[in-house]
Write a protein that binds this ligand. Structure first.
Ligand code: ADP
Length: 625
């Protein structure tokens, strides 16, 4: 078989290559980070395979070596990792290997500056080398195969060649022939500073020649998570977050470093990000952010077994001494050690959040804004930690001046009126809508605080939150309002008015028979003439709306119209009714009353045209002075 092959890059790869060489002019230095990261992955793979495959032997030291040649304008990155065979090199370097590159292509804006930033964020891998190279030669030999070594070469335009060659042992050398204007990258000091900047936390030693020409390790090789917390500076924690965990240039809100010894032996370094990652809320992309290591050997990214879904925003590394090196996903799923580590991590994370909430409410507010809706899922899924999660909840409320003014359940209970025994809440679409709700009137007049549950998820978690410190949570829009001791006076007045307005109520009920279940005199309104409340066992109005939006069948539940006996409209209506019980104007008034109550809830009236006609007719009847 002829050993020399000349091949075309795949279309997508060509597109990416074209962008790399023609459109991107800043951040070119990241090519080194990408090559080093590939070498590190290759070393990880070799170490991992050598554990399970006896044909593969790792060298005594797994490392990478970088050499530069200023005269020839080359920089070479060599590793003694897994290497590639002929098929693999075609697959890996001739097509776009990873989804990150595809996402990158989709996000390209054509604006050089923005796109260079994108490179930094995504890491577009091997091809970024063509930002600085006029030619690249890769010499590689697959570990565990008797095959020959392969040399791959390309100018990054449209094609590449492959040929057989010689190499001592397995691993890969990437020789970068720099463009004339990029020759600075062939300076050792330059390479050294880039390693410090981008690759300091790579766990394998990176050798580079020093002034005397001796190879010297330039990165910190002891994994940061294995060091004592007292040995690590705040800057190093941040750097690690950026370099190894894809920090996207944003500082994390906090970090949490543990070296556990005793029954369980593990190190963990976890971070709470300041911004949510892409796709945090979509259920089909529940990506976790914690990497698993066993005895310093990298095992997997996005290890879902380490933390429950509701803590999926946590980024970091966990390194266990107790798990076997050859763990697989299947083993992890029902592994007792894993379960115990996970428990410990959950408890630490919740504890850290609590501490942040107490000592730094501003940061906690930021955390809550971004991740609160995710954390709330835990109320439903993590029974064991329910109380801890309850303490972490924050709500907007009728006592807050703005959406940033949040209250915890503990604070709420602490400032409850002495004669109040329940925690009141209202659910709805937004703060704007709920704070105007007529249902709040009586609470305002009595200075009773009402929590605003305005997250879509609130409607679902409220069932998991029936009480806090022995106080029940009560919706102010559902059923008959029972203010207990707080509403004694209102209740007496209400009963009296109910008797007086019995006939009018009956008439209203007849007029609205198709839309409502009943009419009763209210104790909850002060300024509005009427409002709608759910039947005592029906779904809330907001829940109904949400279910409809999700395309679910919602049983039609008629609601109850509550009228305010003190309101001039109701008083007038009653006077008119007593004089002429069948007055047709009364019918129009009642319809308007009902539509007005719908609008006050932020809903659409059933028949907008009929509604505006009715209003116009009424207005036309007003005689000008
Ligand atoms: P990524 O590393 O994200 O997969 P790259 O474009 O950087 O994307 O690399 C493509 C593939 O080429 C890698 O997944 C890997 O299989 C292979 N590869 C790159 N560099 C090396 C190397 N030094 N040793 C072995 N394989 C490598």
């Amino acid at each position: 078989m002829s050993t020399r092959q000349s091949m075309e890059f795949r279309a997508e790869a060509k597109q990416l290559l074209h962008l790399m060489t023609h459109s991107l002019y800043s951040h070119k230095e990241v090519f080194l980070r990408e090559l080093v990261s590939n070498a590190s992955d290759a070393l990880d793979k070799l170490r991992f395979e050598s554990l399970t495959n006896s044909a593969i032997k790792a060298d005594a030291e797994l490392a990478m070596r970088i050499t530069v040649n200023a005269d020839e304008k080359t920089v070479t990155i060599s590793d003694n990792g897994i290497g590639m065979n002929r098929e693999e090199i075609i697959d890996n370097l001739g097509t776009i290997a990873r989804s990150g590159s595809k996402a990158f292509l989709e996000k390209m804006t054509g604006n050089d500056k923005a796109d260079s930033n994108l490179i930094g964020q995504f890491g577009v891998g091997f091809y970024s080398v063509f930002m600085v190279a006029e030619k690249v030669r890769v010499i590689t030999k697959r570990a565990g195969s008797d095959g020959t070594a392969i040399v791959w070469e390309s100018d990054g335009v449209s094609s590449y060649t492959i040929n057989d060659t010689e190499r001592d042992g397995h691993g890969t050398d990437v020789v970068v022939y720099l463009k004339d204007e990029e020759k600075e990258f062939a300076q050792a000091w330059q390479v050294r500073s880039l390693i410090k900047k981008y690759s300091d936390f790579i766990v394998f030693p990176i050798y580079l020649p020093n002034d005397k020409g001796e190879a010297e390790v330039v990165n910190q090789t002891k994994p940061i998570w294995r060091r004592a917390a007292s040995e690590v500076t705040a800057e190093q924690y941040d750097e690690f977050y950026q370099q190894a965990l894809g920090g996207l240039g944003q500082k994390p809100l906090c970090s949490l470093h543990t070296n556990a010894e005793g029954v369980l032996e593990y190190s963990s370094l976890l971070y709470i990000p300041s911004q949510p990652p892409f796709g945090l809320f979509t259920s089909f992309e529940r990506r976790h952010g914690v990497k698993l290591y066993v005895k310093r050997v990298f095992i997997m990214d996005e290890c879902k077994e380490l933390l429950p879904d509701y803590l999926r925003f946590v980024r970091g590394v966990v390194d266990s001494e107790d798990l076997p090196l050859n763990v697989s996903r299947e083993i992890l799923q029902k592994n007792a050690i894993m379960e115990r580590i996970s428990r410990a991590l959950v408890s630490k994370t919740l504890g850290r959040l609590k501490e942040m909430a107490e000592s730094d409410p501003k940061s906690y507010g930021e955390f809550w804004k971004n991740f609160g809706p995710v954390l709330k899922e835990g109320l439903h899924t993590d029974y064991e930690n329910r109380e801890k999660i309850q303490e972490l909840l924050r709500f907007q409320s009728s006592m807050g001046d703005s959406a940033d003014d949040l209250v915890s359940l503990k604070q709420y209970v602490g400032r409850m009126r002495d004669d109040q025994s329940d925690i009141y809440y209202i659910t709805g679409e937004s703060r704007d809508i709920v704070q105007k709700s007529p249902h709040l009137e009586v609470f305002r007049s009595k200075s009773i605080e009402v929590l605003y549950l305005v997250d879509p998820i609130d409607e679902w978690i409220i069932n998991d939150l029936q009480s806090f410190e022995g106080k029940s949570l009560k919706s102010i829009t559902g059923g008959a309002l029972d203010l207990g001791a707080l509403g004694k006076e209102e209740e007496e007045k209400r009963e009296k008015a109910q008797g007086e307005l019995r006939n009018l109520s009956e008439r209203i009920k007849n007029i609205l028979a198709d839309s409502i279940e009943d009419v009763r005199v209210t104790a909850r309104l002060k300024d509005s003439p009427a409002c709608l409340v759910s039947g005592d066992h029906a779904l809330g109005a907001h829940a109904e709306k949400l279910m409809k939006a999700m395309g679910q069948d919602v049983p039609v539940s008629k609601r109850i119209l509550e009228i305010n006996a003190d309101h001039p409209i109701i008083r007038n209506m009653n006077a008119r009714f007593e004089k002429a019980p069948t007055d047709p104007d009364l019918e129009q008034w009642v319809m308007l009353l009902y539509d007005g109550a719908m609008i006050a809830e932020g809903r659409m009236v059933a028949d907008p045209l009929a509604y505006s006609k009715r209003v116009n007719e009424m207005l036309a009847k007003i005689s000008m002075p």
